[in-house]
Design a protein around this ligand. Structure first.
Ligand code: 1GP
Length: 256
């Protein structure tokens, strides 16, 4: 009985629960992606300063490659020290983990046919995750053609879904939901030339009940708003803020 109560308290306090709550209250979310390889300490302090004024709903931390694994922990700890914003790991591989984060997207690349990214990395990560107190959020990750070969396409060695085939995206997302995924993530890839088309976002959203994350190539408030209006629950922005941190204010205003 006590155990059931504790479990339910933990679930109520989980980041996933927070997301579900926001979706049910029609509140949109913004995840700011920070790449530990590309962010200097100085840039991190600027991000922290801006996030105190214009907080994203969540931080995603990760990248396809991790050339400086030591930066991952440092970055997460520094964010934790100064801000009270949930930090979710967005790993490119099974060892891109940090005990100091709050949760991890346990990504299965369901648009691809590479077993390493469907289950291979997961069995390597499983014993590590069992020992960490990280909330694990199973996520159906779908790579959508964004007009160029992105790092995630190259590294995962998978073919993105054509961006004019909303029906393929819908069936893939529905299959992910039926397999028990807790989130669907439509990803055009970092630095995509074109973000995921609104028509595809809308079609996927209409056919799943779980929250929908959309990211890749979102550079302007117009892109951001188009994805929100099409039905995305969480918008992820990465690259553009590395170039223009002032956009944080505008993105913040779009979800406030
Ligand atoms: C998150 O990979 C994206 O889904 C980030 O993409 O860097 O193009 O914003 P950008």
């Amino acid at each position: 009985m006590v155990e059931i109560l504790i479990t339910s308290i933990i679930v109520q306090n989980s980041i996933y629960h927070l997301l579900l709550q926001r979706v049910s209250q029609h509140q949109k979310s913004w995840a700011m992606l920070i790449d530990p390889d590309k962010t200097t300490l100085q840039q991190l302090f600027t991000i922290i300063e801006y996030a105190q004024k214009y907080p994203p709903t969540l931080f995603f931390v990760g990248s396809s490659l991790l050339m400086h694994p030591e930066n991952l922990n440092l970055l997460v700890q520094e964010l934790k020290k100064h801000l009270n914003i949930p930090i979710i790991l967005f790993p490119g591989s099974y060892h891109h983990l940090s005990v100091s984060a709050d949760a991890v997207l346990f990504l299965s690349l369901i648009s691809g046919r590479n077993p390493d990214f469907l289950i291979g990395n997961h069995l390597l990560a499983a014993p590590l995750l069992k020992k960490m107190h990280l909330e694990v959020i199973p996520t159906g990750y779908m790579l959508i053609d964004g007009g160029r070969i992105t790092s995630v396409a190259y590294i995962s060695n998978t073919q993105p879904l054509p961006n004019d085939k909303a029906d393929l995206a819908v069936c893939t997302a529905m299959a992910g939901e039926l397999l028990g995924m807790k989130l669907i993530y439509l990803e055009a890839g970092s630095g995509a030339l074109t973000p995921v088309p609104p028509a595809m976002i809308r079609a996927v959203k209409e056919n799943i009940q779980i929250p929908l994350i959309v990211g890749g190539g979102i550079r302007t408030t117009t892109d951001f708003q188009a994805a929100l209006q099409a039905g995305a629950d969480v918008i992820v922005t990465g690259n553009v803020l590395e170039k223009n941190i002032d956009l944080m204010k505008e993105f913040f205003q779009l979800i406030a």
